[in-house]
Write a protein that binds this ligand. Sequence first.
Ligand code: PXP
Length: 238
Amino acid sequence: MPKLGINIDHVATLRQARGGMEPNPIEAALICENAGCDSIVAHLREDRRHINDNDVIHLRKRINTRFNLEMSMNQEIVGIALKIGPDQVTLVPEKRKELTTEGGLSVIKYEKRLAGIAELFEKKGIEVSVFINPDKNEIRSAIYIGIGVIEIHTGNYSLARDKRSQEKEFKKVKEAAEYAISKGLVVNAGHGLDYTNVKRIADIKGINELNIGHSIISRAVFTGIYKAVKDMKALIAG
Ligand code: PXP
């Protein structure tokens, strides 16, 4: 059964709406852990629109599972991440104006820069993952520069509204995941997964972890985070 990583950025987004202390993303992370999640994901964006530097410091100190810090290749952020020492970093593309991460990172385009950044983290024993589109050429490029973990972008699969495009996007994710797994990579997936579309992705044989945020925190408004996480775990387990 794939593991479940919970992205808590959305709790911080709510806090930022009033600029105060509540709701506290650290408290949310601890409840997610109590409910059985396997890792906590937080994205320290360059504009600090939700998670801030203080949050990542406290997450590092307080969480008991694994801390997966999502981040761009920005030099300042890389420096902060090296200082904080999460268990894993997931490198993503980042645009100021986007509402959320819009696409995968092009490993092909940034091969040299990525290899350099990955080396800095690996020297510190921090696992490096790249968030990429379901594309075999990107996977080959990740293998070429020695990256052992990828997260496949499921955004297009999640956004597909009609049966035909859903099938098309699912096939892309499945084929990319199976290819990467056959090459020995650790394969995670995420973006836009919810209670209605997660099962097919969870059932892809060999998928290591699913990273989910928005749908769980949205459900938590009605059920509380503990139950929202439990419900997602149950769905993944089938
Ligand atoms: N994985 C990555 C790399 C992401 O950027 C995000 C969104 O921050 C997620 C997973 C979770 O996406 P969602 O909030 O849509 O579940």
